[in-house]
Design a protein around this ligand. Structure first.
Ligand code: HEM
Length: 484
């Protein structure tokens, strides 16, 4: 018996949804939390360009739970350690993802883990978990290393590289091979430019809000749907071939084809497609951004870079890292720098939800069926939790300092029953890529580069990350001692 499907979306038509939102917020059973509730084009535009200052300002004025009207809709934000813990762990069942303001994503990734809730989500997660066990992830290091080596052939000392686009192609190739056993150079994958299609689909999220309501030819929506259709063709063809040939491997698609849950339910082709698309989506942009922002910060922080280079030399002595070197314990300087990168730039910067019942948080009521979001990006920038939040200070994550962080303070991978399922895979991949670059090269920012961040919907540099490749500097006696 198949797992019963998740509920249909409340409205497929965006205008019907808009009207339903307006009706609901006109007569809530309890008032919305305080905040900026007036309609403001300026705020709406600024929010889609750069939401962080608006969120931090509202937190400053109203506290950890506040409302903002963005375009037509009132959105509640809950920030800070206690709010994060409330939404992701202690009261998680009062929040659903599916009807959040990211519900349009279902047109691209369908009903996979990210966009479903409740029983459907729980059973799908149980089916997928074995694929993410530590040993299973460790076995992907060979593919990661091979792909990184191959990609590093593009690095030419003195030449320019766009680190963002370079990493994105690499991450997608790794995801295709390690997660799905798809050959990125095979006939089927070569017919489409998967990275380009994801860019095309997700550009929907970098268009102004009113444009996202439009349907029909040449709209951001039609670009999203047509990219999804082309990606679907590749995935369905692979599923069909695997079912017909019985070919299986160590990858997740093999596991999904044969999986049954505790009640003997198997996954249909469209469920497998949805999970594959979800993992491709969630698993390549996030790791790409993290690698990119790490090297952006290292290019601006000679001290942090020197500590990482020294560590690479001491621990690895120029050799390629083995899987046991990439667990996080053997390269603590790299680990702290990664944790700090994920603090400053958590790629999945927002946890979009909808409340089920009305509730009260720290004495402030919030209506039922309200859009309620947590935000790691804003929570990671609260000065009372992370002093001098705009500085890149990897030492914040030295073991004794990290142990003092309050519960819910640091949430780059979310929390509770929806904690990122790909966390270990992502961490291993980021460490493998970063370590390979650090052991051979030094990257400098191209002249005049100014970072501007977009949300698409993950955080990434708006104009890529042009960098100049230099030979790695040798360690000198003047460089810092490593933390052991
Ligand atoms: C640096 C890398 C990554 C970061 C920072 C990250 C972050 C996150 C966050 C914050 C969530 C929770 C979102 C929410 O609460 O709404 C999440 C969920 C998820 N992530 Fe990741 N992720 C990363 C890498 C990956 C990778 C590599 C994969 C797949 C191989 C992946 C697959 C998923 C999936 C399927 C979910 C939904 C889990 C569920 O709801 O049960 N992620 N991720």
């Amino acid at each position: 018996m198949a797992i019963p499907p998740p509920p249909a979306l409340e409205h497929e038509n965006p205008f019907a949804m808009l009207i339903a939102d307006l009706r609901r917020q006109r007569s809530p059973e309890v008032p919305f939390p305080p905040g900026n509730l007036d309609f403001s084009i300026g705020r709406t535009l600024q929010f889609s360009e750069n939401p962080l200052p608006i969120l931090l300002d509202a937190y400053e004025r109203h506290g950890p739970v506040f409302s903002l009207r963005v375009f037509h809709g009132i959105v509640v934000f809950m920030l800070g350690p206690a709010a994060n813990h409330y939404m992701t762990v202690s009261h998680a069942s009062n929040f659903i993802w599916r009807e959040s303001h990211f519900r349009d994503l279902t047109a691209l990734i369908g009903d996979g883990l990210l966009t479903t809730d409740g029983e459907f989500h729980r059973r799908s997660r149980l089916i997928m978990l074995p694929a993410f066990h530590r040993e299973r992830i460790a076995s992907t290091i060979g593919v990661m290393r091979e792909e990184v080596e191959r990609a590093l052939e593009d690095f030419e000392v003195g030449g320019k590289i766009d680190l963002y686009f370079w990493t994105r192609r690499l991450a997608l190739r790794i995801a295709m091979r390690a997660l799905f056993g798809l050959d990125p150079d095979g006939e089927r994958a070569r017919q489409i430019d998967a990275a380009g299609l994801f860019e095309q689909a997700l550009s929907f999220y970098s268009t102004p809000y009113p444009a996202r309501l439009l349907r029909g030819p040449r709209t951001p929506w039609s670009r999203l749907v047509s990219a999804a259709r082309r990606l679907n063709r590749m995935i369905y063809a692979e599923i069909k071939e695997r079912r017909a040939s019985g070919r299986r491997g160590e990858d997740i698609m093999s596991l999904l084809l044969d999986a049954t849950d505790e009640q003997g339910a198997a996954l249909s082709d469209s469920q497998i497609r949805d999970e594959v698309m979800t993992l491709l989506f969630a698993g390549h942009d996030t790791t790409t951004s993290t690698v990119t922002f790490l090297f952006y910060e290292l290019a601006r922080s000679p001290q942090a870079l020197a500590a990482l280079v020294a560590e690479q030399e001491q621990v690895l002595g120029g050799a390629a890292p083995r899987v046991q070197d990439l667990g996080g314990e053997r390269l603590p300087e790299l680990e702290m720098a990664l944790e700090e990168t994920l603090r400053k730039y958590p790629p999945a910067w927002i946890g979009p939800r909808r409340s089920v019942q009305s509730f009260e948080f720290q004495g402030v009521p919030v209506p039922a069926e309200a859009y309620v979001n947590y935000s790691s990006w804003a929570s990671h920038h609260l000065p009372e939790v992370f002093p001098e939040p705009d500085r890149f200070l990897p030492r914040r994550f030295a073991p004794e300092a990290k142990a003092k962080l309050p519960k819910g303070a640091y949430i780059p991978f979310g929390g509770g029953s929806r904690t990122c399922i790909g966390m270990r895979f992502g961490q291993l991949e980021i460490r493998a890529i970063a370590s390979a670059i650090l052991s051979r090269f030094q990257l400098e920012l191209a002249d005049g580069f100014e970072l501007s961040i977009r949300q698409m919907p993950t955080l990434s540099p708006r104009d890529g990350m042009p960098m100049i490749v230099r030979e790695r500097a040798r360690r000198s006696a003047a460089e810092p001692q490593l933390a052991r």
